[in-house]
Write a protein that binds this ligand. Structure first.
Ligand code: F6P
Length: 537
C-alpha cells in the first residue's frame, strides 16, 4: 500500500482550475451516474493517473473480496463476531442470504410484514389508544442509530407523510421529553421505544418518563395500548411490559447506525405508509446492486470512497462538509456524522496494529443556502481546505414555487464553481479599478478579495427526493464508508470508543447526586462537581 500511496503523493495535483481550462470534456470524463442520480467529481483534484492509482490501491486492499464478504454474511465485524447485513434488510430480490448456514430472508420478510400490518392499523385507526380514540401522534424514543435515521428520513420525506404526526425524543436532558409531551394528549399518543440493546440509559429513562405520562392520565392498564418496541433484545422488552404482538425485532448483524432499514424504520413507515417504505428499500437495493456489480470507474460508492480516501490520506484534508441544497435533508449531515464518524473513527488496523496515516475525517454540514450566510466564508477563504459535497434535486414538490427552486439550484452550482475557480489578485484588482478605486486602495483591498480557488467539491443531482431517491442516497453513503474503511484497513462496524464515557457516567451519577464524595476523581472533575453541587437549587 505504502508504495502506491507514495506514487499518489508524487502525482497529486491541486490545480483543478487549470484542468478545466485545458479540458472541455472534464465533466464527461469525471462524472458517473446511476439512473437519474449524477455524481460530478470533476471539481476534485483527480486525473487519470490519480484514479488508476486509487483503483490499484482498492485492488491491493482486497475491496472486491471484502465487499462480497459483507454481502454474503461473513462475520466481518470480527471484534464482535458478527456479520454485517443491513443489505439483507432491503434485499428486494429475496435471494437467500446465509448467516451461519441459515437464510435470514424469511425472518426479514416476516418482520417487514408485521411492521406493515401494525403501521397500517395505526394509520387507518383500526388500532386505537386505551379509550378507543385513534392515534394522532407517535413518539419515537431512541438515540443514535435508533433516532437519527427515522428522524432524518421522516423529515426528508415530508411530502409523502400522510400518517399521524411524528416526534422524536432522544436526549437524556429532561427538557427534550418535557417539551415534547407538553404538546401531546396521552389518549391519542403512541410511544415507540426503539433500542437495539434495550439498555441505553437515555432511552430507558425517557421511556420511563413516557410511561408515567400515560399511567398518570389513563392508568396502568393503558400502557399496553400506548407502547410498542423495536429491539434485538426481546427478553428485555418483555420485562419492560410491552407485549410480543407490539414488539418488532431485528438482529445483531444490523449495526445501530445501519438500522433504518429494519424495524427501527417503523416510525417512518407509520408516517409514509408501508408502500412508500417499500420504495425506500427499493432505492437502497438498486444502489446495493450497483455497488456489487458496476466496474470501479462507474461505481458511485467506490468513486466516492476512493476520493474520500485521497482527500484524507494523500491531500491531508481533516474534514468534509455535507451541504444538501434540499431543506428536507437538513438532518442528513447529522445522520452521516454518526454513520461515518462512528464507523471510521478508529486507529487500530484489522491486524490489531496502530493505523499508519489517517482514518475517518470530521463530517459536518448544514443545508444550503443557510450555510452560505454562516460558515462558507471559511470554506472559501479560510486557511483549511474543506472538501464539500453538494446535493440538489432538479425538482421540488412545490410547483407554485418553481422560481425559488431555481434560485436554490443556481446557488448550489454557484458555490461549487466559485470554490473551483476562485478569484485571482489580478481579477480582484481589475474589479476594483473598474469601480474607480485609486492605486493605493486597490493594493490595500484587493488581497482581501482574493479567493484561492482549486477547492474541491463533489456535486450530486437527482430528479426529486422520493422514497427511492432517499434510500439510494443513504445506501450510497453507507457503502462509501465501507470502501474507505477497507482502504483504512479498519473494522468499520464496531464502536468501542463510545464505551468509556458511558462507564464513567454511570460511576459519576452518585457523585453528582451528592450521595458519594469526589474522592478518586481527578481535580477537574471534582472541582466541576463541587461547583455544580454548590449551585444546585
Ligand atoms: O452509544 C453508541 C450507540 O451504541 C450507537 O451505536 C447506537 O446507535 C446508539 O448507541 C443507540 O443504541 P441502542 O439502539 O442499543 O439504544
Amino acid at each position: 500500500m505504502q508504495d502506491i500511496l507514495k506514487q499518489l503523493k508524487d502525482n497529486a495535483f491541486t490545480d483543478i482550475r487549470a484542468a478545466f481550462a485545458t479540458d472541455p470534456d472534464r465533466f464527461a470524463r469525471f462524472s458517473a451516474r446511476l439512473d437519474d442520480l449524477v455524481m460530478d467529481y470533476s471539481k476534485c483534484a483527480v486525473d487519470e493517473t490519480v484514479l488508476s492509482l486509487l483503483e490499484k490501491l482498492a485492488d491491493r486492499a482486497g475491496l472486491t473480496a471484502k465487499r462480497e464478504a459483507m454481502f454474503t454474511g461473513e462475520p466481518i465485524n470480527f471484534t464482535e463476531g458478527r456479520a454485517v447485513l443491513h443489505t439483507a434488510l432491503r434485499n428486494r430480490s429475496n435471494t437467500p442470504v446465509l448467516v451461519d448456514g441459515r437464510d435470514v430472508m424469511p425472518d426479514v420478510n416476516g418482520v417487514l410484514a408485521a411492521m406493515g400490518a401494525f403501521a397500517a392499523a395505526i394509520r387507518d385507526g383500526a388500532l386505537t389508544g386505551a379509550t378507543g380514540k385513534p392515534f394522532t401522534d407517535v413518539v419515537n424514543i431512541g438515540i443514535g442509530g435508533s433516532d437519527l435515521g427515522p428522524a432524518m428520513a421522516t423529515l426528508a420525506l415530508a411530502p409523502f407523510h400522510d400518517g399521524p404526526r411524528l416526534h422524536f425524543v432522544s436526549n437524556v436532558d429532561g427538557a427534550h421529553i418535557a417539551d415534547t409531551l407538553k404538546t401531546l394528549v396521552p389518549e391519542t399518543t403512541l410511544f415507540i421505544v426503539a433500542s437495539k440493546t434495550f439498555t441505553t440509559i437515555e432511552t430507558m429513562t425517557n421511556a420511563a418518563t413516557a410511561r408515567r405520562f400515560v399511567v398518570e392520565a389513563l392508568g396502568e392498564a393503558a400502557v399496553a395500548a400506548h407502547f410498542a418496541a423495536v429491539s434485538t433484545a426481546l427478553d428485555k422488552v418483555d420485562a419492560f411490559g410491552i407485549g410480543a404482538e407490539r414488539t418488532f425485532g431485528f438482529w445483531d448483524w444490523v449495526g445501530g447506525r445501519y438500522s433504518i432499514w429494519s424495524a427501527i424504520g417503523l416510525p417512518l413507515m407509520i408516517a409514509i405508509g408501508p408502500e412508500d417504505f417499500g420504495r425506500f428499500l427499493d432505492g437502497a437495493h438498486a444502489l446495493d446492486t450497483h455497488f456489487r456489480e458496476a466496474p470501479f470507474r462507474e461505481n458511485l460508492p467506490v468513486l466516492l470512497g476512493l476520493i474520500g480516501y485521497y482527500h484524507r490520506n494523500v491531500l491531508g484534508y481533516p474534514s468534509r462538509a455535507i451541504l444538501p441544497y434540499d431543506q428536507r435533508l437538513s438532518r442528513f449531515p447529522a445522520y452521516l456524522q454518526q454513520l461515518d464518524m462512528e464507523s471510521n473513527g478508529k486507529s487500530v488496523t484489522i491486524g490489531s496494529k496502530p493505523v499508519e496515516g489517517q482514518t475517518g475525517p470530521v463530517v459536518w454540514g448544514e443545508p444550503g443556502t443557510n450555510g452560505q450566510h454562516a460558515f462558507y466564508q471559511l470554506i472559501h477563504q479560510g486557511t483549511s481546505v474543506i472538501p464539500c459535497e453538494f446535493m440538489v434535486a432538479a425538482n421540488g414538490f412545490e410547483p407554485d414555487l418553481r422560481h425559488q427552486h431555481e434560485l436554490l439550484i443556481a446557488n448550489c452550482l454557484a458555490q461549487s464553481a466559485a470554490l473551483m475557480k476562485g478569484r485571482t489578485l489580478e481579477e480582484a484588482a481589475a474589479q476594483l479599478q473598474a469601480k474607480g478605486a485609486d492605486a493605493e486602495t486597490v493594493a490595500r483591498i484587493a488581497p482581501h478579495r482574493v479567493f484561492a480557488g482549486n477547492r474541491p467539491s463533489i456535486t450530486f443531482v437527482y430528479d426529486r427526493l422520493t422514497p427511492e431517491a432517499l434510500g439510494r442516497l443513504i445506501a450510497l453513503y453507507e457503502h462509501r464508508v465501507f470502501v474507505e474503511g477497507v482502504l483504512f484497513d479498519i473494522n468499520s462496524f464496531d464502536q468501542w470508543g463510545v464505551e468509556l464515557g458511558k462507564e464513567l457516567a454511570t460511576g459519576l451519577l452518585p457523585v453528582v447526586e451528592g450521595r458519594q464524595d469526589t474522592g478518586g476523581q481527578d481535580s477537574s472533575t471534582a472541582g466541576l462537581v463541587a461547583a455544580l453541587l454548590a449551585a444546585k437549587a
